[in-house]
Design a protein around this ligand. Sequence first.
Ligand code: MG
Ligand code: ZN
Length: 220
Amino acid sequence: MSEKITVEKKVLSENDKLAADIRAQLKARGIVALNFVSSPGSGKTTLLEKTLGALNNELRIGLIAGDVQTENDANRLKAAGGKMVRPIVTGGACHLDAKMITRVLPELDLDQIDLLFIENVGNLVCPSSYDLGEDMKVVLISTTEGDDKPLKYPGMFRRSSVMVINKIDLLGSSDFDMNRVKANARSINADLRIFEVSCRTGQGLKTWFEWIKNLKAAED
Ligand code: MG
Ligand code: ZN
């Protein structure tokens, strides 16, 4: 085994231990945690803004917003009504890891949180390898991207439980084919739950909000 692979394995097993500890802390309080992953620009922050806008009065939502260089996304989520928002600026790192989550978690009052949304760094490669202690990964893809993304980044689609297809209001303005993207995604992960939404027009969001509400209800 090459030295690089050995080091990588060690880093990941340390990450898994921290992630297991995070998961236990969240479980003990009945918190449902989702890890949002996608390419840059698929609409993670916008989906979270809309979700806050719709559910902020019913559910206590904690947010951790990862970004490479700025706190822009965290500030947007605060402006959208997020009361418990913590930024993580990775300073160049292209993914969040469990150690970063462990560091910010004490800044959130976990007894006051029902749902924890983690916005990962926009990147479809390594965030798939780093367990953050979440219940599920939610992968976003937008209709302005290639519908072969699930085939190009199978690890991410295999490890995600949910796929949100965003920007469906733009369908028809590119070669993105809805049936093809779903078939591609299901060829990688047959159990993937799929939502079709437009964060801009609001189309499909109601179904998404209902699903989020039921997640918490199922946990109680
Ligand atoms: Mg963002
Ligand atoms: Zn990375």
